[in-house]
Design a protein around this ligand. Structure first.
Ligand SMILES: Nc1ncnc2c1ncn2[C@@H]1O[C@H](COP(=O)(O)OP(=O)(O)OP(=O)(O)O)[C@@H](O)[C@H]1O
Length: 239
């Protein structure tokens, strides 16, 4: 029987995932922390632009943290099977040192959409907002065309690089052709509370001065019955 370490190694290194030698990388400052672990800014000899390292410690590879491990591997596999797309954050590969594995991806130099919107809330004009919505719909449309549903889209999982939307964080995504899918165990209490509110019909109030066509579009998109919501292709056309 293989150890969980061997199983993890096999799961990572079979297929198309590029392994980057750790010696080629100089790790910089800590820039964030998520469900798997810490995220660092870094540079790599063979990659022209700045990168981030998203870390999972090897000691997480044990039974009681299987959900975290599965989400990490799922993110890796789904992300590495995607082609380059302007609205998806590029994944360069994986690297490892003695204690940890790291996903290696492009550093998004404008941070998360959440930070961007907080900072620019009062100065963003509608042309930029519509352009961001269009880029996002374009990225989601691309994912759907690859039979991937993201399932965790929110403004902290959407990054911006040189003003361009980059969808990230595929840990909860599902390949609709794949029979294994359940990662429900890794939802946090906040997400469960939010889901409850949505199921019970709670919706935000439209923000004043939002164009009416846009309000109608997003109200259509939060209808309770999925069949009543527009497809992403329709949204893209309307935007
Ligand atoms: N490619 C990136 N470029 C720039 N900053 C990033 C990048 N990836 C992650 N970050 C930063 O690191 C933080 C943590 O990212 P990470 O994806 O690990 O977690 P999360 O999405 O916040 O949480 P979770 O993994 O639980 O959904 C982000 O909020 C963001 O500030």
């Amino acid at each position: 029987m293989t150890s969980s370490q061997e199983w993890f190694d096999d799961a990572i290194f079979d297929g198309t995932i590029q392994k980057i030698p750790y010696e080629e990388i100089s790790k910089g400052k800590l820039i964030g922390e998520g469900g798997f672990g810490k995220v660092y800014l870094a540079e790599c000899n063979s990659i022209a632009e700045k990168i981030v390292l998203k870390k999972i410690r090897k000691c997480h590879i044990k039974e009681k943290e299987k959900d975290i491990l599965f989400a990490f591997i799922k993110e890796l596999k789904i992300h590495s099977n995607l082609e380059q797309h302007e609205s998806i954050i590029p994944l360069y590969g994986i690297t490892e040192n003695r204690n940890s594995y790291f996903l290696v991806m492009q550093f998004a130099n404008n941070g998360t959409l959440s930070e961007f919107l907080k900072e620019k809330r009062d100065t963003l004009d509608w042309a930029i907002k519509i352009s961001l919505a269009e880029q996002m719909a374009g990225g989601i449309h691309y994912l759907h065309s690859c039979n991937i549903i993201h399932r965790d889209l929110h403004s902290k999982n959407i990054l911006l690089h040189d003003g361009q939307i980059k969808i990230a964080d595929f840990g909860l995504s599902k390949d609709i052709n794949s029979p294994t899918s359940s990662t429900l165990g890794i939802f946090g209490l906040n997400q469960i509370a939010l889901m409850n509110n949505i199921i019970n019909g709670l919706r935000e109030d439209p923000i004043i001065y939002t164009p009416l066509e846009y309000v109608e579009l997003y109200k259509d998109s939060w209808k309770p019955e999925p069949k009543d919501r527009p497809l992403i292709q329709e949204e893209l056309t309307l935007i």
